[in-house]
Design a protein around this ligand. Structure first.
Ligand SMILES: *Cc1c(COP(=O)(O)O)cnc(C)c1O
Length: 440
């Protein structure tokens, strides 16, 4: 009977959701772009705000029914500006990609050139070329030129970038936007070193803080808006521990162009529940962000050192491996990154394969790249520290170097996780980190 099939499908969704929660309760989640939000953020996400429209700017809405939404959105903007010491904040972009598109729309036209990091050098697909279906090229028609990259130092090369800009100008292709920030992001980018130079050519500087927003908020990475970036875009859910969403920051002069780009340009509904949850996360970051960011960076360094001691080739060695939440490992001595990702997943250790410098030239692709990327934000939120980083490095060694059966490591992963089931660095942490909430 069709009716019972529908109910069976409906039930299957909830079964899968619960299985997922259980799995994460027993896993070591090391995806660098993910985090676990507080119970307070989850509560805001589930609220009725998620069923409402609030098109426009608070106080100037297109619909009625927004009295309380406006109150929250004013608070959200106030908190975002305080957290990042910015004069202007647009809290409506529904993701980091949409935040970047708002900047592209406000400060460039199709056919213009943008300077950005290539993907193996850490760039994100939203900075990418049309031929790779990158957002900048495909959606806004930008032509992308890559920064020269120093693979030893794992950062943008300042002198060669200056030469490249001069050469592009000679060829009549002066960039309109210079995009800093990235997805494989171990060390701060040279914003301070390049901003005066880029501005002397009238280039708009945007810093994409999607990955490092929580570290910047905690004052433990770089401070792009003070180093010369005009605008800063981000996701609100990577090192920053909010709901999935985006944010654009700038000064007063950016207000009108960005506001118009976000609405009506790029959003109709701005996922009002997530906006409220962003406000909650900003307040938490103002209160706990410094301690959290310090511990994240310490943990990343501890894990990198432990992996290196275990025999892994950890990138960025000459600079102490990392100054962010991330660690990048060249795994080609053992397998390709895709294989390593799959083997670790069988042991409930969740990482992602990663293109690293040199991969494209060597003919490796995204499915079989040379590296993996690890992030420690989520396990730091669960309260883990140096000792646990050493345990995790030894689990990874057992699976990848010693080639032990991944299933044999599972019980060790489970027992490590047993004592880390609550979210720290938040006002109210009563609910378990991965506790499933049933409303039916
Ligand atoms: C993740 C990421 C984004 C995209 O963010 P979404 O919120 O997933 O849209 C943009 N830029 C960089 C550098 C990223 O790493």
């Amino acid at each position: 009977m069709a009716g019972s099939q529908n109910k069976a499908s409906y039930n299957k969704v909830f079964t899968k959701l619960k299985e997922h929660h259980k799995w994460f309760e027993n896993s070591i989640p090391l995806i660098a772009s993910e985090n676990i939000p507080s119970p307070a953020v989850r509560e805001a996400v589930m609220s009725d705000f998620g069923n409402r429209y609030a098109e426009g700017w608070p106080g100037e809405r297109v619909y009625a029914g927004c009295i309380h939404i406006d109150g929250v959105e004013f608070e959200c903007m106030k908190l975002a500006k305080k957290l990042y010491k910015a004069r202007f904040a647009d809290v409506r972009p529904i993701s980091g990609v949409v935040a970047n598109l708002a900047v592209y729309s406000a400060y460039s036209d199709p056919g213009d050139v943008m300077l950005a990091p290539s993907i193996p050098a850490g760039g994100h697909i939203s900075h990418g070329k049309r031929e790779h279906s990158g957002t900048a090229g495909l959606v806004h028609g930008l032509e992308i030129e890559f920064y020269p990259f120093d693979a030893e130092e794992m950062t943008i090369d300042v002198d060669r970038t200056k030469q490249k800009v001069k050469d592009l100008k000679k060829g009549g292709r002066l960039p309109k936007i210079a995009m800093f920030g990235g997805s494989l992001f171990l060390f701060p980018h040279p914003v301070k070193e390049l901003s005066d130079f880029l501005k002397s050519y009238g280039i708009h500087i945007n810093y994409d803080a999607a990955h490092v927003a929580g570290l910047i908020a905690g004052g433990r990475f770089q401070d792009p808006l003070r180093e010369g970036a005009n605008t800063m875009t981000m996701s609100t859910h990577k090192t920053l521990f909010g709901p999935q969403g985006g944010l654009v920051l700038g000064s007063k002069e950016h207000e009108e162009p960005i506001k118009k780009a976000t609405f009506p340009g790029l959003t109709s509904s701005h996922h009002v529940n997530n906006m409220a949850a962003k406000a909650v996360a900003f307040a938490e970051a103002l209160e706990y962000g410094r301690d959290y960011a310090s511990q994240v960076i310490k943990n990343a360094k501890s894990l990198a050192e432990a992996l290196s001691d275990a025999g892994f080739k950890v990138l960025g060695e000459s600079r102490g491996f990392t100054k962010s939440h991330q660690i990048a490992v060249n795994v080609l001595d053992y397998a390709d990154g895709g294989r390593v990702e799959a083997d670790l997943e069988k042991a409930n250790i969740i990482v992602n394969r990663q293109l690293i410098p040199g991969d494209i030239k060597a003919g490796r692709d995204y499915f079989h790249p040379g590296g993996i990327r690890l992030g420690v934000s989520e396990i730091t939120r669960l309260g883990m520290r140096k000792g646990e980083m050493q345990d995790i490095a030894s689990f990874i060694k057992h699976v990848i170097i010693d080639k032990k059966e991944p299933k044999k490591i599972l019980s060790k992963v489970r027992s490590l996780r047993r004592n880390y089931q609550k979210v720290r660095y938040c006002f109210d942490g009563k609910l378990g980190a991965y506790e499933y909430v049933k409303l039916r």
